[in-house]
Design a protein around this ligand. Structure first.
Ligand code: GRF
Length: 204
């Protein structure tokens, strides 16, 4: 599979996917990294790996979300991408784009969905006193952070945690979880089954 990674910031999850995809037996290749922000630090990191990058600045399209997405879609098509991985991509996508890519569009969210959708997940987890927190990779549907779940991982919440210390523990987990989940999707072991995802055991 030919994967495009969409970022808005530092791109540490993007790096974990790029690193994993360097293994010869990994079922996906990262063919393009796109940022909606020209100043995203992840762009230089992708270039350092010799990966093609593109900036599609949403601000150039004003309030016309679909025009932004049509430009994005055209760039993905030009790269021959057939799978899209959101990695800290901070734009909500319209139903047009999500439906066009449904089943081929995945996201990582720093919480155990369906708990803590949206932003500031680590702060909210601490405020709720949950004892387990984690990360989720899911297919994107038009409802935010609500698509079919592909893989999850959990970490303990410790008494002394701050949002930063908890976030760092979750991020380390994300860097293992996302390559695993993309492997499941790209190899065809994770398949959509209605509102959920069934995952076949063992190698593809
Ligand atoms: C990650 O925590 C990811 O789960 C969330 O945004 C953060 C992105 O970090 N969606 P990075 O850009 O991958 O370093």
């Amino acid at each position: 599979r030919r994967v495009a990674v969409l970022i808005s910031g530092r791109g540490s999850n993007m790096v974990s996917l790029i690193e994993a995809a360097r293994a010869p037996d990994y079922p996906a290749e990262i063919v393009l990294v796109v940022s909606n922000r020209p100043d995203a630090a992840g762009l230089a990191r992708a270039e350092g790996y010799g990966i093609a990058t593109a900036v599609i600045d949403h601000k150039a399209y004003g309030r016309d979300r679909e025009a932004f997405e049509r430009a994005l879609d055209a760039r993905l098509a030009a790269a021959g991408a057939d799978l899209v991985a959101l990695a800290g991509f901070m734009r909500l996508l319209t139903p047009w784009f999500v439906e066009r890519w449904f089943g081929r569009l995945v996201n990582i969210h720093p919480a155990l969905l369906p708990a803590f959708k949206g932003l500031d997940t680590h702060e909210r987890a601490l405020a709720e006193g949950v004892k387990l927190h984690g990360a989720t990779v899911h297919f994107v549907s038009s409802e935010m952070d609500a698509g079919p779940i592909i893989a999850q991982g959990a970490v303990p919440v410790l008494d002394a945690d701050t949002p930063d210390s908890l976030g760092a523990r979750v991020l380390e987990l994300e860097h293992r979880l996302y390559p695993h989940a993309l492997d499941l999707v790209a190899s065809g072991r994770a398949r959509l089954a209605g509102r959920t995802v069934s995952v076949a055991d063992g190698p593809a």
